[in-house]
Ligand binder design. Structure first.
Ligand SMILES: NC(=O)C1=CN([C@@H]2O[C@H](COP(=O)(O)OP(=O)(O)OC[C@H]3O[C@@H](n4cnc5c(N)ncnc54)[C@H](OP(=O)(O)O)[C@@H]3O)[C@@H](O)[C@H]2O)C=CC1
Ligand SMILES: O=CC(=O)O
Length: 324
């Protein structure tokens, strides 16, 4: 008999069929307690779990005593209780690499649109305000040859550094837990401590995972260290930034502008002050959201689940050491 798996995200037909060739698939809408209750037997028997964004915690794991592998259609996995998975020797698979270039493109789009006020001035054109030659109140600031600071020099940070260095002639500063010789050799990136990066960068770009260490890593104290002309970009996770402090920094002119793909609470509340600030570009967490990349992520996640339930965790596994 094929092992059964719970699927909590829609898949393209061909990927769904591939999953069905290997497993008995039970598709559900989400992982909310009422859904789990409604499909209690399916959850109790499932050996695999595939989807994205929903919380996978001890309460859910208790309902899934046979679970052996989880596969998330994302690179970030802060919505998983990894300790609880480790304690049960459940594999956690994710989708690094396939989305790296697309997310770096999104970050560069945030850099450009925040600096050049692309969204704001395009809205003004649509509103019929372009009635004569434009003046300085429509101008932005230069991107090329300014200093770009990257906090989190992982896969995506490296791809952003490549764009900034070769595409825009930008000196690159970076901070991470360790030095990255590849970034230094290929993109002339300079390692610095966080304070130095905040003080020197014209563009401060965050692409960090959310962990206990990174939660609210950037708050009032850090914004106070940035240049008044600094543009702040966050495409990692919202709670890495104290959003109230960010709003204050933008309102008071402590920093110049922000480009944000992620927020403390998603979807962003329609009454968030961020939405009424003209110097904010707010995106709905679209870092990897292209047809090609989302397909590749789903395909990777399907393959990951097949691999993991066959005991193969040498690639794309977050916790191979816990599986034993
Ligand atoms: N907006 C979106 O749609 C997307 C958002 N993301 C987010 O981006 C994150 C990064 O992805 P990716 O580049 O693939 O991940 P990587 O694991 O390759 O890189 C993470 C980087 O963060 C650094 N880091 C971790 N903790 C700290 C810390 N406490 N202080 C300083 N640096 C730290 C790591 O440092 P070191 O190298 O020293 O270990 C590493 O350089 C994901 O975890 C996800 O949250 C990802 C994809 C899409
Ligand atoms: O936020 C997206 C991810 O893949 O992580």
């Amino acid at each position: 008999m094929k092992p059964s798996v719970i699927l909590y995200k829609a898949l393209p037909d061909n990927l769904y069929q591939k999953l069905e060739e290997h497993f008995a698939v039970i598709q559900v809408a989400n992982l909310k307690p009422e859904t789990v209750e409604q499909h209690a037997e399916a959850f109790a028997n499932a050996q695999g779990l595939l989807g994205s964004s929903e919380t996978v915690d001890t309460a859910l794991l208790e309902k899934m005593p046979k679970l052996r592998a989880t596969s998330t259609i994302s690179v970030g996995y802060d919505n998983f209780d990894v300790d609880a998975l480790n304690a049960r020797k459940i594999a956690l698979m994710h989708t690094p690499t396939v989305l790296t270039e697309t997310v770096a493109d999104t970050m560069m789009a945030l850099v450009l649109s925040s600096a050049r006020r692309i969204v704001e001035v395009a809205e003004r054109v649509k509103a019929g305000e372009w009635t004569k030659g434009i003046g300085p109140d429509w101008f932005g600031i230069d991107v090329h040859h300014k200093t770009l600071g990257i906090v989190g020099m992982g896969r995506i940070g490296l791809a952003l550094a490549q764009r900034a260095h070769f595409g825009f002639g930008m000196p690159v500063l970076y901070n991470a837990r360790r030095h990255h010789p590849e970034a230094e050799e290929r993109f002339n990136a300079r390692y610095c401590d966080l304070d130095t990066l905040l003080q020197e960068a014209d563009f401060v770009c965050l692409v960090l995972p959310l962990t206990d260490e990174t939660h609210h890593l950037i708050g009032a104290e850090q914004f106070a260290k940035m240049k008044n002309s600094a543009v702040f970009i966050n495409a990692g996770r919202g709670p890495v930034v104290d959003e109230q402090a960010l709003i204050e920094a933008l309102k008071t002119g402590q920093i110049h502008a922000a480009g944000l793909d992620v927020f403390e609470q998603e979807p962003l509340d329609k009454d968030s002050p961020l939405l009424s600030l003209p110097n904010v570009v707010a995106l709905p967490h679209i870092g990897s959201a292209t047809h090609e990349t989302r397909y590749n992520m789903a395909a990777c996640a399907v393959d990951n689940l097949i691999d993991a339930l066959n005991g193969k965790v040498d690639k794309n596994c977050v916790n191979p050491q816990a599986i034993g």
